[in-house]
Design a protein around this ligand. Structure first.
Ligand SMILES: [Zn+2]
Length: 380
């Protein structure tokens, strides 16, 4: 157990917060270096690559063995920011108490890398038929730029991939995708006493919103999957800003909404359909509109429920493959590997929370599971 604990301690005491607020955003290089050193000592070949356009952000590919195929064990190196006033423990000090390891990232998801390092020990010096590949990414919590860069570069290629996000040891084979969108309508302001003096953007928005809700109903007819607790795609109208005064024609109106996509939907296609539906309504009023993503979309993730990896994980854990409500890097990693499962030792309830922890009773089962997978997919 010593290897696991000493690496976890170092990882937790090395901050790697990623945040859209640049003041809080940190480089993940120190964590990447720690992991590279630890896996190099175990005989892995380490490849550290900068993420294009993201200063101070790096990905690590650590490989044991050679050849095509192999098992990719993937995770992200960054954590969310923390609210110090609400922590009872030091977020940057690994604290063992109440049969738990407390610390920022213990559950989501630095703990996973420490478990992988421990799990790999018996395989050192063994003749591997397929490589064991540890993948550590940057900025999962914000833009997923690390995983996007790897998917674009087409590496690492693997036959199977496990993403160790907190699923409470349950195998997850699908999740929805997310789009965060902004609709901007530009009309013309004027004195409210005469509607002919302007073009009311708020009235245009009213029509556009009606159309979006109509489209939502149609999408919910088109895409249904009982494997999700909310078995249809959703659109949430989240915030709206427009106009300035009761006696002025509203010249500008902006709406932000999210779309939770089902497997089979693609962000750009959904956006195009929305544009096509909104365009005639706005243009017939002589107004203009712009519809664009607020941040880069994450596509839905789906891996065959009957696939060998998914089924092996189901057998080893005793849980049927299921879906989750949160998004992960799995859709990007699934572009590189034949089959992907999301399965990790933490619980999502503890992720992004004060006093984040990993239960000690998850450690041995996760190590055993990883060893079984390595044995089956890399050794035999
Ligand atoms: Zn995570």
């Amino acid at each position: 157990m010593l290897l696991f604990k000493s690496l976890l301690k170092e990882l937790i005491s090395t901050p790697s917060i990623s945040c859209t607020n640049k003041k809080l955003d940190l480089s993940n290089k120190p964590v990447i270096d720690l992991l590279a050193t630890a896996f190099e000592e175990m005989g892995f070949h380490c490849d550290i690559s900068p993420v294009n356009g993201e200063e101070g952000k790096f990905n690590l590919i650590a490989t044991l063995g050679t050849g095509p195929g192999g098992l990719v064990l993937a995770g992200h190196t960054d954590t969310v920011p923390y609210d110090l006033n609400r922590w009872q423990h030091d977020p940057f000090k690994l604290t063992e108490q109440d049969n738990r390891f407390y610390g920022l990232g213990t559950c989501d998801m630095k703990g996973f890398f420490a478990l992988v390092l421990e799990a790999v020990k018996p395989f050192i010096g063994k003749p591997l038929k397929q490589p064991i590949i540890v993948l550590a990414t940057a900025d999962e919590e914000t833009t997923m730029s690390g995983a996007r860069a790897l998917a674009e570069a087409g590496k690492p290629k693997g036959r199977y991939a496990l993403v160790g996000e907190p699923t409470g040891m349950r195998p997850v084979h699908m999740h929805k995708g997310i789009m965060l969108e902004r609709l901007q309508i530009t009309g013309k302001s004027g004195h409210s006493s005469n509607p002919a003096l302007g073009l009311n953007a708020m009235e245009g928005m009213h029509e556009a919103m009606g159309e979006l809700l109509k489209l939502r109903g149609e999408l919910q007819q088109r895409y249904q999957n009982p494997g999700f607790s909310v078995p249809v795609p959703t659109i949430n109208l989240g915030c709206i800003h427009g106009g300035d005064n009761p006696n002025r024609i509203c010249g500008q109106c902006m709406l932000e909404y999210d779309v939770r996509m089902m497997p089979g939907m693609e962000a750009e296609a959904v956006r195009q359909e929305m544009r096509q539906r909104i365009a005639p309504l706005i243009e017939s009023r002589g107004m203009q509109f712009d519809l664009y993503p607020v941040s880069e979309s994450v596509e839905a993730f789906h891996s065959d429920i009957n696939g060998e990896l998914v089924q092996t994980c189901a057998r080893l854990t005793g849980y049927d493959p299921e879906s989750v409500a949160f998004a992960t890097e799995a859709p990007f990693i699934n572009q590189l590997c034949g089959e992907t499962v999301v399965l990790g030792p933490g619980d999502i309830d503890q992720a992004h929370q004060p006093d984040e922890y990993l239960s000690l009773d998850r450690i041995d089962p996760m190590i055993s599971l990883l060893r079984e997978l390595m044995k089956r997919f890399c050794l035999e």
